[in-house]
Write a protein that binds this ligand. Structure first.
Ligand code: DGY
Length: 326
């Protein structure tokens, strides 16, 4: 008998057909919560899950005793209880690599838009308020030739740095647990303690994963270390930043502007002042959201899940779980 999987992420017809060759697929399009009664009813029979955006709890795992593998359609896996999965022998697969360049593009979009005040000035045109030549009160800041500080220098951090160094002649600083000598050679990047990076950078871009160690990594103290002209960009996870401290730093003029793709609470609460601030560019977590990349991520998740359920090593395995054999 075929194994059964529950698909709650966006998969195209070819991907569903590919899965269907090996497993029985039950789809849950637009599933908003794990408490959905049909999803709950299907969990006890599920060998695999594929999707994104659903918080998987140990309690949910208790309801899925046959579960062997989860393929998340994301590189981040902060929504998953990795230890609980490992204890139960459940494989967790993510989708690195395929979204690196697109997410780095989003980082640079935020750097450029915040520096050149693109949304604020586009709004002025839209309102019909472009009545005269633009003067100093609307000037932005240069990006080329400035110092770009990356907090986290993994694949995505390096791809943002490459854009800065090679495309915009920027000096690149990075703070990372381990040194990256190859990137230092390739990009002239220099490793710094985080405090020094914050003090020296014109643009500070956060690309670390969310872990207990990185939660609220950037707060009041860190904003105080930045230049008053600094532009802060977050394409990682909202919880890496103390959002109240960020709001205060922007309101008090301790930093110049921010470009944000991620927030402590998503979707962003209508009460949040952030999208109303003229010096903030706020995007609805679109880091990897292009047709090409989301299709590639879904494909990678499909391939991972099929391999995992066959007892073979998936391409991307987050947790070190003994493979079961097919
Ligand atoms: C990821 O893959 O973790 C991204 O944040 C989703 O866009």
């Amino acid at each position: 008998m075929k194994k059964r999987i529950l698909a709650y992420g966006r998969l195209n017809d070819e991907q569903l057909a590919q899965l269907g060759q090996d497993v029985e697929v039950q789809t849950f399009p637009g599933l908003a919560s794990a408490d959905d009664p049909a999803f709950r009813a299907a969990l006890p029979h599920a060998h695999g899950l594929i999707g994104a955006g659903l918080a998987i709890t140990p309690e949910l795992l208790d309801a899925a005793p046959r579960l062997e593998a989860i393929a998340t359609i994301s590189v981040g896996y902060d929504n998953y209880p990795v230890e609980a999965l490992t204890r139960r022998g459940i494989l967790l697969c993510n989708t690195p690599d395929v979204l690196t360049e697109t997410t780095a593009d989003t980082g640079f979009l935020l750097i450029m838009a915040a520096a050149r005040r693109a949304l604020e000035l586009a709004d002025l045109v839209k309102r019909g308020d472009w009545n005269a030549g633009i003067g100093p009160e609307h000037f932005g800041s240069d990006v080329h030739g400035k110092t770009l500080g990356l907090i986290g220098f993994g694949r995505i951090g390096a791809a943002v740095a490459r854009r800065g160094a090679l495309g915009f002649g920027m000096r690149v600083l990075y703070s990372n647990a381990s040194p990256k000598p190859e990137l230092e050679r390739e990009l002239g990047a220099e490793r710094r303690e985080m405090d020094r990076l914050l003090a020296e950078s014109d643009f500070v871009c956060v690309t670390v994963p969310l872990t207990p160690k990185t939660e609220h990594l950037i707060g009041e103290r860190e904003f105080a270390l930045m230049k008053p002209s600094a532009i802060f960009v977050n394409i990682a996870r909202g919880k890496v930043v103390n959002e109240a401290a960020l709001i205060e730093a922007l309101e008090m003029g301790r930093i110049r502007a921010a470009g944000l793709d991620v927030f402590e609470q998503e979707p962003l609460s209508p009460e949040s002042p952030l999208p109303h601030m003229t010096n903030v560019v706020a995007l609805p977590h679109i880091g990897s959201a292009t047709h090409e990349t989301r299709t590639a991520m879904a494909q990678r998740a499909v391939d991972n899940l099929i391999l995992a359920l066959k007892g073979e090593r998936p391409i991307d395995l987050v947790n070190d779980v003994a493979l079961r054999g097919g």
